[in-house]
Design a protein around this ligand. Structure first.
Ligand SMILES: [Mg+2]
Length: 297
């Protein structure tokens, strides 16, 4: 009632930014891209890095769990490869044709009077392709992607003196997949030795809090006034720890760290009363925010 007849939007609008994960958040998991991605990552590990096939499932699992992405984990334990080559191998053969234009989501997004930014661990080529397939071009002011958080990523040593290799690790960098220096993470967890610590990764990605904080800083986003949409529970929980308001997408099950849950991104309006409230207000005085081109890698 106290809201009626007043249009002091600034006073009551709780959010000013919507931050979206891309894969399995803006389109459903059932599209098959995630499964294709996992298969391609495993093929890359066998074909390009020469890792024994039988070790792949355990290795993938441990790397993903401990480093956020398999790629970040591979780099941490000592494999050296070109990030662009990795991304094009892993994403190049995905069934993008399964993604169809989503005009409902498009008009939904365009109708929401907030800043809208993508935050993905994937590379820019993949992000652009997915957005284009979904017909969501122009719905976001920027994309924070792999290259945004990992701007110096030439991996073979090294004509690039800014290259960051194995920061904080006891391993030294070497060209190619120098197997003798590979940290055996499977053995590490099979027979824990209190004396050894996991090597650090040079890759900056979700769910590291540092990665999320960097992304927020780059895009000039205040976490307290932002809703973060994600399908990954651990990314949601990391987002919560850095102060974001969180929306877990793709499930109806509430989990710790998620302020809201949405079975589908299409339910934004129904599931979040604050958005409806803003939507109802007459002539919202939003005039758009200047596009920060620097947000896009
Ligand atoms: Mg995702």
């Amino acid at each position: 009632m106290e809201f009626e007849g007043r249009y002091g939007q600034a006073q009551r609008q709780k959010y000013d930014c919507l931050l979206f994960d891309l894969d399995d958040t803006l389109y459903p998991l059932s599209s098959g891209l995630a499964a294709g991605c996992l298969k391609n990552i495993q093929d890359y590990m066998v074909e390009k890095l020469g890792i024994e096939k039988t070790k792949i499932p355990d290795l993938c699992n441990l790397l993903y769990k401990n480093y956020g992405t398999t790629m970040a984990g591979l780099r941490a334990i000592g494999y050296d490869f070109d990030y662009d080559e990795y991304h094009s191998f892993v994403h190049g053969r995905l069934p993008y044709e399964n993604l169809k234009p989503d005009p409902v989501l498009r008009s939904l997004l365009l109708g929401l009077p907030f800043r809208k930014v993508i935050f993905t661990n994937a590379d820019k080529v993949h992000a652009t392709k997915v957005l284009s397939r979904l017909g969501l071009e122009g719905c976001f002011e920027g994309i924070i992607c792999f290259e945004t958080l990992n701007p110096t990523h030439k991996s073979t040593v090294s004509d690039d003196e800014d290259d960051i290799e194995f920061v904080g690790s006891t391993l030294s960098s070497c060209p190619g997949s120098c197997n003798s220096n590979i940290f055996d993470i499977i053995a590490h967890f099979a027979q824990p030795n209190p004396g050894t610590t996991l090597p650090k990764t040079p890759v900056v990605c979700k769910p590291s809090e540092d990665a999320i904080e960097r992304a927020l800083k780059i895009a000039n986003i205040n976490p307290q006034r932002t809703l973060f949409f994600e399908d990954s529970v651990r990314n949601i929980q990391a987002g919560k720890r850095v102060g974001l308001n969180t929306v877990l997408v793709g499930t109806s099950q509430r989990v710790k760290g998620a302020d809201y849950v949405l079975e589908s991104i299409h339910n934004i309006r129904e599931a979040i009363p604050e958005l409806l409230e803003v939507d109802k207000m007459a002539e919202v005085s939003y005039s758009g925010v200047a596009v920060e081109t620097s947000v896009t890698a």
